[in-house]
Design a protein around this ligand. Structure first.
Ligand SMILES: [Zn+2]
Length: 176
């Protein structure tokens, strides 16, 4: 099964976005191929396009997480990519159940990223859109889907930002 927040995973391949030097995990076409479990890497030009799509997805969902409307050009870019990506036409069986059969044109950004684009469309048009969050640590900027029952999750994960924030509060308190 394709994870519903695959698009957020992809947006998070660049993180610590609030810091002067964010952490980049996709430096070269081979990194993208590894992330997408693709047999061969895209061309340099296709890689650039993929990074452009990633940044567009980040801006779209970041705006959503902040309760702001998307920039019209970002929605337009997503629609354009969806229109040009391989179609979601057939299912195939896998060990866990079913998955969409991607008719990926090898080496193209839109072929590699078709499931990411579909997940973005499903998330935007689906019932969990209001559960898209950005980590409350301004230096972090990690996007996630809040699956908690109360819907009040604020941190990407307690072991990273949550605990760091708690430690900082504790530190300030003990200084006072
Ligand atoms: Zn975080």
């Amino acid at each position: 099964m394709t994870r519903p927040d695959l698009c957020l995973d992809f947006a998070n391949t660049r993180y610590w976005r609030g810091q002067a030097t964010p952490t980049e995990t996709l430096h070269a076409p081979a990194d993208l191929a590894a992330w997408a479990k693709a047999a061969r890497p895209p061309s340099a030009r296709e890689f650039e396009q993929a990074i452009g799509l990633r940044e567009m997805l980040y801006r779209l969902f970041d705006a959503q997480a902040q309760g702001k409307p998307p920039a019209p050009r970002d929605l337009e870019a997503l629609n354009q990519a969806l229109a040009q990506a391989p179609g979601r036409r057939a299912l195939k069986r896998n060990r866990a159940g079913y998955e969409w059969d991607v008719d990926a044109r090898p080496g193209t950004a839109l072929g590699l990223l078709a499931p990411v684009l579909w997940s973005a469309g499903d998330l935007l048009a689906g019932p969990r859109l209001d559960r898209v969050r950005r980590c409350a640590n301004p230096e972090c900027g990690w996007l996630f889907l809040d699956d908690s029952r109360a819907g009040k999750r604020r941190w990407c994960s307690m072991s990273a930002c949550g605990n760091r924030a708690k430690a900082r509060r504790h530190y300030h308190k003990s200084k006072e």
